[in-house]
Structures are given as structure tokens and as C-alpha cells.
Design a protein around this ligand. Structure first.
Ligand SMILES: C[S@@+](CC[C@H](N)C(=O)[O-])C[C@H]1O[C@@H](n2cnc3c(N)ncnc32)[C@H](O)[C@@H]1O
Length: 308
């Protein structure tokens, strides 16, 4: 999609009637914040001096990678607005205190400050190029709350505001101030479906993070009669872009313990979400282990394959 097409799409979403929202592709909506416990595993050990490929339209995974000094960051996502969201958060980080940052992006029915113009007028001082034009054009035509409600996944039920301080490493006070002073490395953005990702990559990565896309097969392109082949082809393609000893964080699982499988093996976890384990065994040069983080809902797990 060209810049003009993306801008038009955003305006269409804002102009259209509320009742038409449900007809949009779900992942064209931006996540305001990550839904993952990044603090539980996305740390300096994983990221420092690493070439990292990641996803997540909230940009929280990117900003955390900047915090922990990744060597290279490539972001892929099917969401057409991901780059503008990253630039908005990056600019907000430069211009706002950590409380005002959270207050600006956070929305629930009790928070009228969401996307407030007063904060945007500060943020725009650190925006430039397409991102400045994109957000300016929305603020010129629509109310702040309309932008926040129409372009983002609403998630009224989302974590209480303070909870984000625990989940997102760069929001912690010292980290936030550290990140404000940091020289950011440039981020490469690839707008594509996961299934086309391997065709869009050029370089090898040390860390490849696929969030929970593969686990949400009911919502993704993996959910069709070819899904076993799709996952197998995906893994085979991605391994070409993984450095030796590189880690593929294949899926983030929520609340594994609640479903009473946490203490079992990874293979059981894979079976639980219908991963085709036998096909994975065909890829001989990888093995896997798990990393575990703890969220309020239960224990979350990230499954990791290490390329040997
Ligand atoms: C599965 S969503 C869930 C939110 C995620 N747990 C987080 O914390 O950001 C993660 C990201 O995957 C993107 N996504 C979903 N399906 C995709 C697909 N088939 N190809 C590429 N990106 C996809 C969404 O746009 C979203 O930004």
C-alpha cells in the first residue's frame, strides 16, 4: 500500500459509520499496547547486540528492543499503520513524561485524556515526514477520541493503566528516562502477511519473534485446509533467515497453567493448540526449550526454537 492509500484508508475508517467497523480486517486496527508480558522475557539477554525481527503494531516490542540495544531491528506486520504508530510513540516518548505517555495512549471509558490534543501538540514537535502528515491530517478532521476509538482495537477491558508499568519494560521509570536519552537505531518496516514474510527478507537474524500469531490460528491465515503445510513451509522458509544459534520465538502462549498443561512438556503444549509436531520433527537442525513469564492471569509461555 502506498502512503496515500494508507492515509485514505485511515480517513475511510474515521468517516464511516460505527456500524461499518465490524467489516474491517481485524488486524487493520492498531494495538494501543502489547498484550504480552514483555518484562517476563524480552530483556537485555535476549536483545543486546542482536539482529532482531519482530511483530506487533503497538510498537512496544520495537521500543523495548531500542531500550536493550538491539543491533538491528526489522518489524513486519500486516497492519498498514504500524510505522506511523511507532513514530507516534517514539515522538511521545521524547515529549511526554511516562505518566502522560501512558495517559495519552490508554483508553477506557473513564479516561477522557486519551489522544488529547494538548499532548498531541507537544508530540508533533518530534514527528516528521509521512508520520507527521498522517497524524496531523487525522487531528485536523476528527476528534481525538474518535481517532483513538476508530483506529485502535478498543480493548475497554484491557489491563488497568498501572499494570502496564509491570508488563512493558521501557515504561518503568528509570528505563523510560534512559530511553528518552537514547540514540535510536533506524527500524526497517515490512508490511506483509506472515506467510509472505520469507519472500520479503534479505538478511539473517539472531532473534525472530512471532508474538502469538501462529497460536491464533482461528484468526490467521493458517486456519484453512492447508494449515499444516502453511506452518511447515513457514518454518522452513524462516530458517533460511535465522543465524546459527539464532532463536525463533515461535509463539507466545497466554495462561498456560490455567488450562492445566503448564507442567507438561512443550510437545503437549504444541499438541494443545494443534501444532503438527510430527512435521516439525522433520526439521532436524533445531531443538527447542521454553521461557516462562508470569502474568496475573496465569503463567505465560514463549516457545523457542534454537537453530543448531
Ligand atoms: C496476533 S497480534 C496480538 C497482539 C500481540 N500479542 C502484541 O502484544 O502485540 C500481533 C500482531 O500480529 C499482526 N498480525 C496478525 N495476523 C498477522 C498475519 N497473518 N501476518 C502478519 N501480521 C499479522 C497484528 O497486526 C498484530 O500487530
Amino acid at each position: 500500500m502506498t502512503y496515500e492509500e494508507k492515509k485514505q484508508l485511515a480517513h475511510d475508517y474515521l468517516k464511516n459509520k460505527e456500524s461499518e467497523i465490524e467489516f474491517r480486517p481485524f488486524f487493520n486496527m492498531i494495538y494501543p499496547f502489547t498484550t504480552e508480558n514483555l518484562a517476563g522475557f524480552f530483556n537485555a539477554d535476549l536483545v543486546k547486540d542482536k539482529k532482531i525481527l519482530l511483530t506487533g503494531s503497538s510498537a512496544d516490542q520495537i521500543l523495548t528492543s531500542q531500550l536493550y540495544d538491539a543491533k538491528k531491528i526489522t518489524h513486519f506486520d500486516i497492519n498498514p499503520f504500524a510505522e506511523y504508530m511507532y513514530n507516534l510513540k517514539k515522538a511521545a516518548l521524547k515529549e511526554l513524561s511516562s505518566f502522560n505517555f501512558l495517559d495519552y495512549f490508554y483508553y477506557n471509558l473513564e479516561n477522557a485524556n486519551s489522544f488529547r490534543l494538548k499532548e498531541y501538540e507537544k508530540i508533533r514537535n518530534s514527528l516528521e515526514g509521512e508520520s507527521l502528515d498522517f497524524w496531523d491530517s487525522l487531528y485536523d478532521n476528527y476528534s481525538p477520541l474518535k481517532i483513538r476509538k476508530r483506529l485502535f482495537i478498543l480493548r475497554d477491558e484491557e489491563e488497568k493503566m498501572n499494570k502496564y508499568y509491570d508488563l512493558i519494560p521501557y515504561l518503568k521509570r528509570n528505563n523510560y528516562e534512559l530511553l528518552q536519552e537514547k540514540e535510536f537505531i533506524p527500524v526497517e518496516f515490512i508490511e506483509c502477511n506472515l506467510l509472505e514474510l520469507a519472500n520479503n527478507l534479505k538478511d539473517k537474524y539472531d532473534v525472530l519473534y512471532f508474538s502469538n500469531i501462529l497460536g491464533r490460528i482461528e484468526m490467521s491465515y493458517f486456519f484453512n485446509e492447508n494449515y499444516i503445510e502453511n506452518i511447515y513451509n513457514f518454518m522452513t522458509g524462516i530458517l533460511n533467515f535465522t543465524e546459527d544459534e539464532g532463536k525463533i520465538l515461535i509463539n507466545y502462549f497466554y495462561s498456560i497453567s490455567k488450562k492445566d498443561i503448564y507442567d507438561k512438556t512443550n510437545e503437549d503444549a504444541i499438541k494443545y493448540i494443534h501444532y503438527p509436531t510430527s512435521r516439525f520433527n522433520c526439521i532436524n537442525n533445531i531443538n527447542y526449550h521454553e521461557m516462562v513469564s508470569i502474568s496475573e492471569h496465569g503463567r505465560d509461555t514463549v516457545m523457542v526454537y534454537t537453530k543448531k
